[in-house]
Write a protein that binds this ligand. Structure first.
Ligand SMILES: O=C(O)[C@H](O)COP(=O)(O)O
Ligand SMILES: [Mg+2]
Length: 406
């Protein structure tokens, strides 16, 4: 038996004035069919009332306790773009953002700029106080930063103020160590250098002419050192792969030892290569026992407060699922369809609202649920579970769970 965890990033939502959500309103015949034929429930990746990041939620869904293994978002983002994070390094997730001359953030995502390759090169390879700066773009406005050198610490605050209209935060040490002080100083120097190098960069001049937000600063956050994480194959005895368009999820996949399957045009946006990913999943199941697939677009639309795009992305994903269930053998593959967290349109950020979940495959106890949405699946046979329950349930269904007791 094989298993797939299909994560629709940011799937869940809260009802609008009409009582609808993008998922409820979207035309999703295949998701509904899967709900009808499977066992449904609702799920909180980490715990009830906990607002998860995509990083901690994916770790939890894969059966890792984020409170034990998570050292910050940075190392995953860096790993996802192919930087080998070494012991001693400190890694960060960064946004390319727009600031005015007083460093007030006007747009945290610089208009979701996509042409950041050359901008990243301006910073990659710099040296500050004997520390090497490794800087790579991680899908559009996203980037990964690694500081490599002696005496660094990940106990430093974020520069990202998280809201527009606020100033870029001065990075502060989080403890009294010399290392934290030095790391904060280096980052603050890097922020100034970034503004100098980026503000009048030809790519930004071009954007100014077009009236687009410029990417004239970087906002580091999520400092972390390389985590120790047991390999997925060692933990479960399953040979696994990961299909994702976004650097963070690729990084998580890679760090837990899943093979990354690259899909052309899979870019983590609402315009991703949906069907390419569906085909890659079906193909991967010939070779692998387990596949984690993440489709990011609905989350991006949620962060933008864009109801219609979120709905459209969900409908595209429904087409993927049609292809997938037509091309896999229900007697051979378990499919878990869920999200990692809710990204409600009204919040423009993650919330702790639970997410619909369904498990589809041989011998699952079907229930009365006929629709896959926030208002139906809670009535299903799975009840209300947490992310950490998913892998044990799958292992049991696959006949691979160890008996507890004699
Ligand atoms: O899309 C992402 O990378 C994050 O989940 C959201 O991050 P942002 O708020 O920095 O865009
Ligand atoms: Mg997410």
């Amino acid at each position: 038996m094989k298993a797939v965890i299909f994560v629709i990033d940011g799937l869940g939502d809260r009802p609008n004035k009409e009582g609808n959500t993008p998922l409820k309103e979207a035309n999703t015949p295949t998701m509904d069919k899967i709900a009808k034929e499977g066992i449904c429930g609702i799920m909180n990746a980490i715990d009830i009332g906990v607002r998860p990041g995509s990083d901690t939620s994916h770790l939890a869904i894969l059966g890792y306790d984020p409170y034990e293994v998570y050292t910050g978002r940075g190392p995953f983002e860096a790993c996802g773009v192919g930087i080998e994070v070494k012991p001693g390094d400190v890694a960060f997730r960064c946004n390319f953002a727009t600031v005015d001359e007083n460093f007030v953030v006007l747009d945290r995502r610089a208009g979701r700029i996509r042409e950041t390759e050359a901008l990243a090169k301006e910073l990659d390879g710099l040296e500050i106080d004997g520390v090497k700066v490794i800087f790579k773009q991680s899908g559009g406005y996203r980037a990964a930063l690694v500081l490599r050198g002696e005496g660094l610490s990940d106990k430093v605050t974020d520069a990202d103020p998280k809201k527009e209209g606020r100033k870029v935060k001065t990075v502060e040490p989080l403890d009294d160590s010399e290392e934290a002080k030095r790391t904060a100083e280096i980052l603050n120097k890097l922020l100034k250098i970034a503004y100098e190098k980026l503000n009048n960069h030809p790519i930004n001049e071009e954007r100014r002419k077009k009236g687009l937000p410029v990417a004239n600063i970087i906002l580091p956050r999520g400092a972390g050192k390389v985590p120790y994480i047991q390999k997925f194959e060692e933990k479960y005895g399953l040979k696994g792969a990961c299909i994702a368009g976004t650097g963070l999820i690729k990084g998580i996949g890679k760090m837990v030892g899943l093979d990354l399957i690259e899909v052309e045009g899979a870019n983590g946006t609402p315009e991703t290569n949906f069907m390419g990913k569906a085909r890659a999943l079906v193909e991967a199941l010939e070779k692998y026992d387990f596949v984690l697939i993440n489709v990011k677009g609905a989350d991006e639309a949620g962060h933008d407060g864009d109801y219609e795009t979120k709905k459209k992305v969900i409908e595209k994903i429904d087409e993927m699922l049609k292809y997938i269930i037509e091309h896999i053998d229900k007697d051979d593959v378990y499919l878990v369809l869920t999200g990692d967290h809710s990204t409600p349109i009204e919040e423009k950020d993650h919330s702790a609202d639970p997410i619909p979940i369904v498990i589809w495959g041989r011998s699952v106890r079907t229930d009365d649920v006929e629709r896959f949405d926030e208002f139906s699946t809670y009535k299903g046979g799975l009840g209300w579970i947490k992310g950490k329950h998913i892998m044990p349930i799958l292992m049991d269904l696959m006949g691979l769970a160890k008996k507890y007791g004699a």
